[in-house]
Design a protein around this ligand. Structure first.
Ligand SMILES: C[S@@+](CC[C@H](N)C(=O)[O-])C[C@H]1O[C@@H](n2cnc3c(N)ncnc32)[C@H](O)[C@@H]1O
Length: 269
């Protein structure tokens, strides 16, 4: 439904509710006063767009694309790829390209992607990140505006994880691909700029969070060292939750930093 609707058109639900497609190409399903204070601001999204465009996290995108392509191939039916807390759509776009090249000449209809984020600034970018992305502004903690079993893959990269809804929307043969930071991620910047430390028990908490609904079938750590300019240090701080707390304005020099993340592949129980 979303994929067919362009800016200026309206989307109708079965009960007759109408939602306008905003000019930048996303649909907002937020009701009431506009949602959680966790939505990325325009400034955070601008930092994320610039930082990702420089390719610093391309190895993370490559890993996600590979894991998602394998997971998607398990679902022969019509399905979409969903990204919860999709941000600018950077990872979802890479995944859609990777699935398409794997499908090659098989004649199957290309997968569409659904980028869901509570930030309209993020959704505006996600809507343009790939021709087959439909972007929705919605709260990942509420019921997701998706049919049960609709997704071959549910992505979740550094974003809120609603295990119950992820389980409902993933196809029984599909997978969730969840990426979280490791404790040493951006460690050099934590002490220097007062960033929030990554929870040492993040992996355990993830297993607790998903345990009843998903089983971890694969996990892949990824580590890199990055040489960042002062501007890029400010961007990598400013594009994440540290933007609210850290002393971003104090950044005057570049740094060599550690990137350390772990990708989990989860199978629905
Ligand atoms: C750290 S960013 C990660 C974005 C993207 N996955 C990436 O890695 O580039 C977290 C994203 O989650 C979104 N977010 C925060 N709370 C949310 C919620 N309750 N529902 C949906 N999205 C949310 C933010 O707006 C932001 O885009």
């Amino acid at each position: 439904m979303i994929a067919d609707a362009g800016p200026g058109s309206r989307i109708l639900c079965e009960e007759g509710h109408a939602f306008d497609v905003a000019r930048p190409g996303y649909v907002s399903l937020l009701t009431g006063s506009g949602g959680a204070g966790t939505a990325d601001t325009a400034a955070m999204v601008a930092d994320r767009v610039d930082f990702l465009a420089a390719g610093h996290y391309a190895p993370i995108a490559d890993l996600i694309a590979e894991l998602a392509r394998e997971a998607d191939a398990r679902v022969p039916d019509d399905a979409c790829v969903v990204d919860l807390g999709a941000g600018t759509g950077y990872y979802l776009a890479r995944v859609l390209d990777s699935i398409e090249s794997a499908a090659g000449e098989s004649g199957t209809a290309p997968r569409v992607g659904v980028a869901l984020d509570i930030s309209k600034h993020a959704a505006r970018h996600a809507a343009k990140a790939h021709p087959r992305i439909g972007a929705i502004v919605a709260d990942a903690w509420a019921g997701l505006p998706l049919r049960g079993r609709a997704a071959s893959v549910v992505l979740n990269v550094f974003a809120p994880r609603n295990a119950r809804e992820m389980r409902r929307v993933v196809h029984p043969a599909g997978r969730a691909v969840v990426v979280v930071p490791e404790p040493e991620h951006l460690g050099e910047l934590i002490a220097e700029y007062g960033l929030m430390a990554v929870d040492e028990r993040k992996g355990d908490r993830l297993r607790e969070q998903f345990g009843g609904r998903f089983e971890v079938v694969d996990e892949v750590p990824l580590g890199r060292r990055l040489e960042l300019s002062a501007r890029e240090v400010a961007q990598v701080i400013g594009m994440g939750p540290n933007a609210w707390h850290a002393e971003v304005g104090r950044v005057v020099e570049g740094a060599e930093v550690t990137v350390a993340v772990r990708a989990y592949v989860l199978a629905p129980r």
